[in-house]
Design a protein around this ligand. Structure first.
Ligand code: DOR
Ligand code: ZN
Length: 368
């Protein structure tokens, strides 16, 4: 056994589904899955029901998270076509603005240039006038929508974070944008790094997500451009197996519990360095999203432990993983958050509400 002590990881892209879809996940089960994966901070996406597109909804989400979460949670705001500016008064209470310009799950979709332009302009103006500044605009922008977002980011000098990059054309374009000094960062998911279209016959609907799995050449391009990828994030997007096997299954796969073992297995295979993981799962997301340090917080991982990922072992409410059957290295033995052991021996020990909600006016933490 070789115990390695790592800082608590940040997963900068999760869908914890509350409110509206709590049969898939909620703030308690989702953050339990986070701890089981060595993740002590998650950034939660706004495509819930209702979407997080007004200050009232953001405040309600913060209340739910403060009562239930066992890891720290930052919340994104989003915009709908009909509620473009409604989120603005709450911009400072969010970790960033999420814009969906490509096909996805839920009602948050900006599909018109005028609306997209307005969102960039208003976020940039708000950033200028906000004493503490604001986080980035995070975009789900595939294919031709990516250069549109890059151009708007340059025109307004507003930091842009491109989520789940999956294609060679996209990572090459982002490399070029960075070389030209654009304020752009990007992330890649474990499923786009470790799976391709070739896995679809085996996975069936369990392999369906947005962006869709790409070609082996696209996967190779992500690995070739590792230095361009700032963040590894899971896009933890749970749907029940019943939903995934019904006609017209929703896109998305869970990922919080499998990211660290998959990445450590890549270290074992010589494809990554441990420092690559720490940069992309701790240091860079903290810098990009301006996240606070977590004192006395660490994860103990047995890097020699070899085990098989199994649906039944998952803490996520939906109890499945597209990586079921994979043999991996790196078992999370213990997680300590602010001096308290919150996960050990495969069990979550933390009380609901012991996690903090970030960026709230009074700290909006649960009683602890
Ligand atoms: O596959 C996906 N599922 N991609 C997204 O962008 C959204 C997510 C979800 O919320 O289910
Ligand atoms: Zn997502």
């Amino acid at each position: 056994m070789t115990l390695l002590r790592l800082p608590g990881l940040v997963d900068a892209h999760v869908h914890l589904r509350e409110p509206g879809y709590t049969h898939k996940e909620d703030f308690y089960t989702g953050t339990c899955a986070a701890l089981a994966g060595g993740v002590t901070t998650v950034l939660d996406m706004p495509n819930t029901s209702p979407p997080t597109s007004t200050p009232e909804r953001l405040a309600e989400k913060a209340r739910l998270a403060a009562a239930k979460a066992v890891a720290d949670v930052g919340l994104f705001v989003g915009a709908t076509n009909t509620e473009l500016d409604a989120y603005l008064p709450a911009a400072e209470q969010a970790c960033g603005l999420k814009i969906y310009v490509s096909d996805t799950f839920g009602s948050l979709r900006i599909d018109e240039l005028g609306a997209l332009h307005r969102l960039f302009r208003t976020w940039a103006e708000r950033r200028e006038s906000s004493p503490a500044g604001l986080g980035p605009i995070a975009v789900h922008a595939e294919d031709l929508m990516l250069p549109a977002c890059l151009a708007l980011s340059q025109l307004y000098r507003v930091p842009l974070h491109v989520v789940h990059v999956s294609r060679r054309s996209e990572i090459e374009l982002i490399r070029r944008a960075k070389e030209q000094g654009l304020p752009v960062t990007c992330e890649a998911t474990p499923h786009h790094l470790f799976l391709s279209q070739d896995d679809l016959p085996r996975l069936g609907p369990r392999g369906d997500m947005r962006p869709r799995l790409a070609t082996p050449d696209d996967v190779a391009a992500l690995w070739e451009h590792l230095e361009v990828i700032d963040v590894f994030a899971t896009d933890h997007a749970p749907h029940t197996l019943a939903e995934k096997t019904a006609p017209e299954p929703p896109p998305g796969v869970p990922g919080l519990e499998t990211m660290l073992p998959l990445l450590l297995t890549a270290v074992h295979a010589g494809r990554l360095e441990l420092a690559d993981i720490l940069a992309r799962c701790v240091e860079n997301p903290r810098r990009i999203y301006r996240l606070p340090e977590q004192p006395e917080t660490f994860v103990e991982v047995d890097v020699d432990a070899r085990f098989v990922l199994e649906d039944a072992a998952m803490q996520t409410k939906v109890k499945w993983t597209p990586f079921a059957g994979w043999e991996v290295f790196g078992r999370v033995e213990r997680v300590v958050l602010r001096g308290k052991t919150v996960f050990a021996g495969g069990q979550v020990l933390a009380r609901p509400g012991s996690g903090r909600v970030l960026f709230q006016p009074t700290g909006a933490t649960a009683i602890s």
